[in-house]
Design a binder for this molecule. Structure first.
Ligand SMILES: Nc1ncnc2c1ncn2[C@@H]1O[C@H](COP(=O)(O)OP(=O)(O)O)[C@@H](O)[C@H]1O
Ligand SMILES: CC(=O)OP(=O)(O)O
Ligand SMILES: [Mg+2]
Length: 401
């Protein structure tokens, strides 16, 4: 069975086509910088030459259309027709309390995902575009959805409730859901293998640091806390999102600047974070480049980003009463040696002995960047949300026959 996985992030769309029988990847690729001046398309057919293009791609529907063209292309393609794709698995960011597990797509499921648009305005609409575009391109092919929120459903009420009137939870389900769950789950399992210790006895802090960023406190393989909240806006500073701030700022700024609810929402989700502080870019590569060229605002944005992450690591070590390993993953966590260094060199109080040389090595392998003597291991583990989604999709589709 061939399963196509579509992971529509806020600024990127990643895809992988898996042959499930031997867990092989027939092709993978990504469309990055969707909606920016130029998007970057990378398509890697297994055993074939990598294909790159830079073109304007303004939204996710066009991105999927391009992916479909590439997968069936006479030169760059890996299947002769779309009928060689047996199932499609989608990443959906918000599943609310309704979805504790992955499900096959039907009208009810689509309705529920739409109902959650308000709570994940950058993500659920992108995922829905993906589902609709895939249905149009591959009619009759079963589709499954895998939710970012599902893994965090193990949190206790002490972590998922906000100290506000409890009627808000009862009436409107106002609570912490947490996101990037598929990634936090995957890297925590890989971390246990890399450390050679049972997951059941580990306390981990996993840092999924991409365009969206969150960390999670994981005890014995179960999420006990995570930095994103009811929506993916809370927690760490991100590319375009503010993360934590004093909630009183919202009504204050709305009054002073005469902003509507929609405008203030858009300000915090799309016009804050690295982009707002640096005035340069929401992309960490460009921030680091500008910082190294001496730009003060880029340096401030970088320092704030690292400082806020360091504070969460401290908070989660306290929350779990200890930590065995800190894991970095996603675009920035996997690739930015500068950011990892800025965070980890000041964790000596926790017992982290950072290995700056190991950290500086560019690699796509799972690796340790703390010294052998470090009391707390620091790991870099490339995430693989797509493989987890493919497995869930495969299992659901098997259940159909
Ligand atoms: N070599 C690199 N150095 C620093 N940052 C990088 C590098 N490669 C990618 N990134 C950063 O990773 C982020 C995107 O991460 P990603 O996980 O792909 O995001 P998302 O899935 O949320 O769209 C961007 O800020 C990008 O600059
Ligand atoms: C939930 C979330 O923020 O996702 P992403 O990192 O893909 O934007
Ligand atoms: Mg992502």
């Amino acid at each position: 069975m061939n399963v196509l996985v579509i992971n529509a992030g806020s600024s990127s769309l990643k895809y992988q086509l898996f042959r499930m029988e031997d867990a092989s990847v027939l092709a993978k690729g990504k469309v990055e910088r969707i909606g920016m001046d130029t998007a970057i398309v990378t398509h890697e057919p297994a055993g074939g030459a990598e294909f790159h293009e830079v073109k304007e791609i303004l939204e996710h529907t066009s991105a999927i259309r391009r992916v479909v063209e590439l997968l069936t292309h006479p030169q760059q393609g890996v299947v002769s027709a779309m009928s060689d794709i047996d199932a499609v698995g989608h990443r959906v960011v918000h599943g609310g309390e309704a979805f504790k597990h992955s499900v096959l797509v039907n009208d009810e499921v689509k309705k529920e995902i739409r109902r959650l648009f308000d709570l994940a305005p950058l993500h659920n609409p992108a995922a829905m575009l993906g589902i609709m575009a895939a249905e149009a391109a591959m009619p009759g092919v079963p589709q499954a959805v895998v939710f970012d929120t599902a893994f965090h459903q193990t949190m206790l009420a002490q972590a998922y409730l906000y100290p506000v009137p409890m009627a808000l939870y009862r009436r409107h389900k106002v609570r912490r859901y947490g996101f990037h769950g598929t990634s936090h789950k995957y890297v925590s399992e890989r971390a246990a293998l890399l450390l050679g210790r049972p997951l059941a006895e580990l306390k981990l802090i996993t840092c999924h640091i991409g365009n969206g960023a969150s960390c999670a406190a994981i005890v014995g393989g179960q999420s006990v806390d995570t930095s994103m909240g009811m929506t993916p806006l809370e927690g760490l500073m991100m590319g375009t999102r503010s993360g934590d701030l004093d909630p009183a700022i919202v009504p204050y700024v709305m009054g002073k600047e005469e902003l509507t609810l929609g405008e203030v929402n858009s300000m915090l989700n799309k016009h804050s974070g690295l982009g707002a502080v640096s005035g340069i870019s929401s992309d960490m590569r460009e921030i680091v480049e500008a910082m190294e060229a001496g730009d003060k605002n880029a340096a401030l944005a970088f320092d704030m980003y690292a400082y806020r992450l360091r504070k969460y690591i401290g908070a989660y070590a306290a929350g779990m009463n200890g930590v065995d390993a800190i894991v970095f993953t996603a675009g920035i966590g996997e690739n930015s040696a500068q950011l990892r260094r800025a965070v980890c060199e000041q964790l000596t109080y926790l017992g982290v002995a950072f290995d700056a040389d190991a950290n500086a090595v560019r690699s796509s392998a799972e690796r340790r960047i703390s010294t052998a003597a470090s009391m707390v291991a620091v790991l870099v583990i490339p995430t693989n949300e797509e493989w987890v989604i493919a497995q869930d999709t495969y299992n659901l589709v098997q259940g159909l026959s």
